[in-house]
Write a protein that binds this ligand. Sequence first.
Ligand SMILES: Cc1ncc(COP(=O)(O)O)c(C=O)c1O
Length: 428
Amino acid sequence: MSALALLGGPRAVPAGVDGGPWPVVTAEDEQAVLNVLRGGRLTSTAAGETEVPALERAWADQVGTAHCVAVSSGTAALQIALGALGIGPGDEVVVPALTMNATAHAVRQCGGVPVFSDIEPDTFTMDPARARDALGPRTAAVLPVHLHGLPAGMGALLEVASRRGLPVVEDAAQAHGAAWRGTATGALGALGCFSLHPSKNLPTCGEGGLVTTDSASLYRAAVALRNFGERPPARTRSYLAHRPGLNARIGPVQAAFTRSQLARLPAYAKAREHAVVAFLDRLDRLPGLRVPYVPADRTHAWHIVRLRIVPEELDLAGVPPAAVRRALHRVLRAEGVPVSQYQVAPLPAHPAFRGETSLEQVAATHPVSCATVDGTLCLQRRHLGPNAAAALAAYADGFEKVWEHLGLVRRMARAQPARDWRHDVAGD
Ligand SMILES: Cc1ncc(COP(=O)(O)O)c(C=O)c1O
C-alpha cells in the first residue's frame, strides 16, 4: 500500500493523465468553420445563409421534434421558450432548487417569479411531489432540469403539470442525447432548451443554444423573439418589429461547428457510457460512496457524475457531511483525481433569488438540495472525451487508494470546522 500523495507518496493518477481535451476539435470541424469564414455570410441574417437552418433541421431530426430554433446561448433558449409561452410579469414558474443559476435567471428575465421545488435524493432532479406543492394560482409553467444529463421523472411531472393545464419546459442544457422511455430529452415538454457551451456534451466554439418544439405557433414565436420580434423575411428583411424581442441569434460559425460536432455525438456518447459505467462499477464497491442511480426508464448523458458520500458507512456517523466531503476532496485531489463541487449552494439561497428568505428557511424547505450540496462530490468535463477511459481507470485507482487510507480521512474529517453550505454563501 503506497503512501497517500498528500503525505508525500506517489500520485495515483500520473501527471498528464486527464481524459484529453474537450471539446475535441477535428480537421472536419476546422474546415466547417473555415468554409463559413471564406463564404462571407457571417451572420444568420445574411441573405442565403444556410448553416443555421441546417443545424436546426439536423437537431430537430435528432431529437424527434418538428422544429428547432438555434439561439445565442442556453440561457437565451430558456428565456425564449418562456417568452414564446407568454410568461410575463407576476407569472410563477416552478424550477428545481438544485440547478445552474441560468434556469432561474431566465424566469426573472421574462418578468416571472421562480418558485423553487426540492429535488429527489436519488436522481437529483425535481421531485414531482414537491413540484405539486409548489403550484399556486399564479403558476404558469413547470421547468424541470435534466440535471447532470439524467432526464427528470417526466411521467409524474407531466401529470402534475397537465392536471393544472400547465406547459412543461425542459431545461436540457446538460442532457443532449438522453432519453426518457425512448423519447429524447427536448421532445418531452412543450419546448426543450439546450446549451451549446463548449463545456457541454454538444459544444460550439463560443456560445449557443437550441430550442425544440412540436408546436408551429411556439416555433414562430421563438423565431420572432430571437430576432427583435421580426418575422422571417420572405425576401428582404423589413426590420418591422411585430412583438417584443431581443437579439439572441447564433452565428453561422457556431452553427457550422456544432453541426460538424453533431456527426460524432452518438459515437462520443457510446464511448462515454462505456467508460463511465466501468468507472462507476469500481466505485460502487467502495463502502460509503453511492454512484448515480439511473432509473430503468431513462438513459443518462453523463454530463456530470455526482457521487454521494455516506458518512455512517465510513464510521463517521455524527460528523457533518460537508466535513467528510472536504476531507475526501483534499485527499483525492492530491492523488490527481479531479473531483469538484458542482453548485456550492441551492438556488433559493443565492443572493440574486433569496429576497427576504433566510438561509435557515432555505435549509428547512429544501433539505434534499442542501444535503446534496454538502454531501456529494462531482466529476466534470474530464470524462467527456472519447478517449477518457484510461483517465477514468486512473481516477478509480485513486479512489481505491484513498479508501485504503480511510483512517487519515476520518481524522481529517473530524478535525474540520462544522460548516455547511451556509458558510460558503455567507462568506462569498
Ligand atoms: C442546467 C443549465 N441550464 C442552463 C444553462 C445555461 O446555458 P448557457 O451557459 O449556454 O447560457 C446551463 C449552463 O451551464 C445549465 O447547466
